[in-house]
Design a protein around this ligand. Structure first.
Ligand code: ATP
Length: 222
């Protein structure tokens, strides 16, 4: 994605630079030194536009909405222990009562490939095989997408620290979990992770677009 935007930025930059150069370079037979200077200017502009395009891309809307706006989205998953312990309603309520918008929810019995891809950044960790086995136990997970301002950061606070021993008592893990290996729930920890995870678990068509009646009362800043 970033590579594409940089390529687009470079293309836009060279188009702009060529236009700028064409209008600035009135004499047809410009001296050789002029070409050198112009070449450097084109390279400089290309670099500038490439950086600028990358910056713009960071603010661009992805499947996880737009970061730091009301449309920000997080991927939240109730793990097999949460489903088996029949805590789904209580966990969903935490997000709902906070004011966040449920844009997708489904049960999934994850394949090994899906679990491995979801936790691919932990592949080298000693607990990885056990983690994959836990997620693919055959009991489903509940995969969800929640939307609203700061939902990624606040979602992590609702979920609590990875190890329930360190989790705030008011968090899901702090209230219901005991062991790091059975910590009930996952929530995206960054916008990049949310973009990857929502794209991995959901198709665009599965994500609903609506406004809850209380939305302005929850999301307004003043
Ligand atoms: N030491 C460990 N022993 C067993 N399982 C662990 C251990 N550390 C992490 N895990 C499992 O791997 C998951 C992913 O670990 P990570 O470090 O990404 O924490 P996290 O981001 O809080 O968790 P998650 O990605 O599930 O939200 C944890 O939620 C937990 O289920």
């Amino acid at each position: 994605m970033f590579a594409n935007s940089v390529r687009q930025g470079l293309r836009a930059a060279s188009r702009q630079s060529v236009r700028a150069f064409a209008s600035a370079a009135a004499p047809r037979a410009a001296p050789r030194a002029g070409f050198v200077v112009a070449g450097a200017a084109v390279a400089g502009l290309a670099a500038f536009y490439a950086t600028d395009a990358a910056k713009l891309d960071a603010a661009k809307k992805t499947i996880a909405g737009t970061y730091k706006t009301d449309s920000e989205r997080s991927f939240v998953m109730i793990k097999p222990d949460g489903v088996s312990r029949q805590l789904v309603g209580k966990i969903v309520s935490r997000f709902e009562e906070r004011g966040y918008k449920l844009v997708a929810i489904k049960t999934v019995t994850p394949s090994e490939d899906l679990a491995k891809e979801h936790y691919s950044d932990l592949a080298a960790r000693p607990f990885y095989p056990g983690l994959v086995k836990y997620i693919t136990s055959g009991t489903p997970v509940v995969a969800m997408v929640w939307e609203g301002k700061d939902v990624i950061k606040q979602g992590r606070r609702i979920v609590g620290a990875t190890n329930p021993l360190d989790a705030d008592p008011g968090s899901v893990r702090g209230q219901y979990a005991v062991s790091v290996g059975r910590n009930l729930i996952h929530a995206s920890d960054s916008f990049e992770a949310a973009t990857k995870e929502i794209g991995l678990w959901f198709k665009q068509a599965e994500l609903s677009d609506y406004e809850p009646v209380a939305w302005p009362w929850v999301m307004a800043d003043n």
